[in-house]
Design a protein around this ligand. Structure first.
Ligand code: GDP
Length: 306
């Protein structure tokens, strides 16, 4: 069994690749970017992974359902309501379904499993916790929810800090702990280290399980050279006092991962990664299209058998 810790747009590629090469994978998803909007509970990373595994994901945007329309948010705008978050009309059904079940007393784990089944996702998806954890970005204009920083403000403000509200009280889901204990390999997807994996590592009970499993945990670097493959990871890493490089990623994961897979072009960095007590493995870590996703997945699944 392989478990993968995932964020959203970067992670979903490897999640899909692994699902194409192995039947027995479980995805543990970030919940720090979840947000209440219009009375609905929206879980962007869980939805990206669910849509990705159900062949529903809009590949161009990297989020939402392909071919979706946006009449709901357009109408909200006309009615003078804030409408900065892109909620597609079909996507909206997911949030209504989820919120209805939560209000009936189901846990986020139960809802996530049910939604994945209903939508046709091919692997098990679990939220890291059933408790609410919120990633908060500090800027010179004050604190704001990660989604407000990223979507509403277009990631423009300077970032002075990143915090995970509620993480100190949150407990990992029961099934999350079980799969980490049982898995022959736990993969940390190429994800935003601070904003996608950070909220999970901030949950004490989850972090402890990973520390125990460390020799079975392999992370894939989202940074090549001194740049992320895409997105705002550099801003968050700098704010967290990390060097923007595979070595910076290693320093962040050193207690929870036994090895880090880096790009072949970053081989000079291997020595610095090993100084953190981690093995540095080199592979082609850019995933372009299903073939690239499956190639990296096969490499990682192979590591799981060794
Ligand atoms: P988010 O929730 O949308 O931020 O998505 P994730 O946390 O899942 O992933 C974002 C990270 O994935 C970014 O830091 C990218 O640099 C990284 N990324 C995206 N595509 C790739 C890829 O093909 N290979 C690698 N190694 N990293 C990638």
């Amino acid at each position: 069994m392989i478990t993968i810790l995932a964020g959203g747009t970067g992670s979903v590629k490897l999640v899909r690749g692994l699902a194409s090469v192995s039947k027995d994978i479980t995805v543990i998803c970030n919940v720090g970017d979840n947000i209440w909007l219009y009375g609905l509970y929206v879980c962007p990373d869980i939805d990206t992974v669910t849509y990705g595994l159900a062949c529903l994901l809009d590949e161009k945007r990297g989020w939402g359902i392909k071919g979706d329309t946006f009449s709901f948010v357009d109408q909200m705008k006309r009615m003078g309501r804030p409408a900065w978050f892109g909620l597609g009309d079909r996507d909206l059904a997911t949030h209504v379904y989820r919120t209805e079940m939560l209000r009936r007393g189901k846990s986020l784990t139960e809802v996530t499993i049910a939604l994945a089944k209903t939508l046709g996702a091919t692997s098990k998806i679990l939220p890291a916790t059933d408790d609410e954890v919120e990633t908060v970005i500090s800027t010179p204009r004050g604190e704001m929810h990660l989604q407000e920083f990223w979507v509403k403000r277009g990631a423009r403000p300077a970032v002075t800090g990143v915090a995970f509200r509620g993480a100190d009280r949150a407990r990992p889901g029961r099934q999350v702990v079980e799969v980490i204990k049982k898995s022959e390999r736990i993969i940390i997807a190429p994800a935003n280290p601070v904003s996608s994996i950070g909220p999970m590592l901030a949950i004490g009970g989850l972090r402890r399980e990973l520390v125990r499993a460390k020799e079975r945990v392999v992370a894939v670097s989202p940074i090549i050279g001194s740049r992320p493959v895409s997105g705002p990871a550099a801003k968050y890493m700098k704010a967290a006092g990390l060097e923007v490089s595979p070595a910076g990623v290693a320093s962040y994961y050193k207690e929870v991962a036994g090895s880090l897979v880096i790009a072949k072009t970053d081989w000079k960095m291997a020595g610095r990664i090993e100084q953190f007590g981690m093995e540095a493995a080199r592979a082609d870590i850019i995933m372009t299209g299903p073939r690239g996703e499956a190639r990296l997945a096969r490499y990682l699944a192979g590591k799981a058998r060794n």
